[in-house]
Design a protein around this ligand. Structure first.
Ligand code: GRF
Length: 205
């Protein structure tokens, strides 16, 4: 499996995947890292590990076709057959979803379908969880389909919300869980243990 990781931000999930591949815990290669932001720290992390770090932004194209063509062409050039979104802040074009059907995953810092969708990213998610008075939150890894934060759920892990949690403390606890859950899910794909049947994902054991 040759993975492209798409990231817009600091890339701590990217780092956990790089480390897991390095430790032999994901039987895959990271073929490239793609960002829509040329100054994202995720690209810096990629370069530090000699992984091609590429920026493609729709803003640099005057037509959509050129942008999509560049995305598809670059993925092809690097021999990519799997995409892991890790804090990628742009919607994935339907052309990519169609080409990589059931081979694009995303990680979300809450238990979907709660606290997902538009505006639900970063600290906003954890603030909303606390303001609602939830007693548990968590992490979801899911397959990406045409709707935001909607595709089949692959794995979820709970994180308790304590009385004295703030959005910031919760963010830290949730992120720590992300760093172990995402590599574990990617290993399931690498070992061909994931079966997708409509909205239902089965883990083969
Ligand atoms: C994570 O919380 C992830 O769930 C969400 O974006 C954040 C990315 O964080 N999709 P990082 O850049 O991997 O640190």
């Amino acid at each position: 499996m040759r993975i492209a990781i798409f990231a817009s931000g600091s890339g701590t999930n990217l780092q956990s995947i790089i480390d897991s591949v390095g430790d032999g815990n994901i039987d895959a290669e990271i073929g490239m890292v793609l960002s829509n932001k040329k100054d994202s720290y995720a690209l810096e992390r990629a370069r530090k590990h000699n992984i091609p770090g590429i920026c493609i932004s729709s803003k640099d194209f005057d037509n959509r076709g050129g942008f999509i063509g560049q995305m598809l062409g670059t993925l092809d050039e690097y021999g990519i057959d799997f995409i892991a979104l890790a804090g990628y802040m742009k919607k994935i074009p339907p052309e990519l979803i169609a080409k990589f059907r059931n081979r694009i995953t995303n990680i979300h810092p809450a238990l979907l379908p709660s606290f997902g969708g538009k505006g639900m990213y970063g600290i906003h998610v954890h603030r909303a969880v606390i303001e609602y008075g939830c007693k548990i939150t968590g992490v979801t890894v899911h397959i990406v389909d045409e709707q935001y934060d909607h595709g089949p759920v692959i794995a979820q892990q709970c994180v308790p919300v304590e009385n004295d949690d703030t959005p910031e403390t919760l963010a830290e606890k949730v992120l720590a869980v992300e760093h172990s859950l995402y590599p574990a899910v990617l290993q399931l794909f690498a070992r061909d243990k994931i079966e997708v049947d409509g909205q239902i994902v089965r883990i083969l054991i």
